[in-house]
Design a protein around this ligand. Structure first.
Ligand SMILES: C[S@@+](CC[C@H](N)C(=O)[O-])C[C@H]1O[C@@H](n2cnc3c(N)ncnc32)[C@H](O)[C@@H]1O
Length: 220
């Protein structure tokens, strides 16, 4: 039996630093009975009631636990890095809610500042005209070849190591001189932005937390 009081908030937490949290996110978490998220995400909130921390391995189990709590009538915030709708947990939560019979009208999405937006902002890019692609957790890397030479900037969440992604582009005929900017750990104190060539990126090490910006073909 589903209580009509139960509610799920899928809350975007921004790229990582507290200063990029929205007031709406802070208020929503403060008012929720439970908050589900990575430890890193939960730690951003000073005022939080009951917490359920997940890691990569138990993510689905914990999301299911969160939905079950909402089915039982609780308000539950589920935290998602950046914006929930860009390689975030939105679709997973919708799927689990459907499976458990939790009504989608009791789900509210609180948008957050995506790492993509911050990468574009840091580099003065009006991203409405960019190729925006995500390869995170997917094996659709070939899709980038369809757009990489269409004259636009490409902003991508890599699927694998940044250097491997660069090597993939080199192996598929993209010029070694193509400008590439890697934005690593945006908003954190050790944020790093490296602007160089595709060739150099293919031999550089980065953490997994990166956005790649690949310049258009024939970019001066
Ligand atoms: C599961 S996806 C989540 C993306 C998120 N929904 C968003 O809108 O930014 C995680 C990937 O986002 C990127 N990412 C998230 N936070 C980042 C940050 N602070 N700096 C650079 N890249 C980040 C990295 O590519 C990371 O592997």
């Amino acid at each position: 039996m589903i209580s009509m009081e139960g509610k799920i908030f899928i809350v975007g937490i921004g790229p990582g630093a507290e200063e990029y949290l929205t007031l709406k996110a802070v208020e929503t978490v403060k008012d929720s009975d439970y908050t589900v998220g990575s430890t890193r995400a939960i730690d951003l909130f000073a005022d939080v009631k009951n917490t359920i921390a997940f890691n990569v391995k138990d993510l689905v189990d914990k999301l299911e636990e969160g939905v079950d709590l909402a089915v039982s009538g609780n308000s539950v915030s589920i935290l998602s890095t950046g914006d929930p709708g860009f390689s975030g947990v939105l679709n997973s939560v919708l799927r689990i809610s459907t499976e458990k019979g939790f009504p989608h009208e009791n789900i509210e999405v609180i948008p957050g500042i995506s790492s993509l937006q911050l990468a574009a902002a840091r580099n003065h890019i009006q991203w409405d005209s960019a190729n925006v692609m995500t390869f995170h957790g997917r094996e659709n890397i070939e899709d980038i070849l369809e757009v990489i030479d269409n004259g636009k900037i490409t902003i991508a969440l890599p699927s694998r190591k940044v250097k491997d992604m660069a090597q993939f582009l080199l192996d598929n005929g993209v010029s070694e001189d193509r400008p590439v900017t890697v934005c690593e750990r945006l908003s954190y104190p050790d944020e790093r932005i490296v602007a160089t060539t595709l060739k150099n990126i293919a031999s550089s090490e980065f953490t997994y937390m990166c956005i790649m910006i690949i310049g258009p073909k024939n970019c001066p």
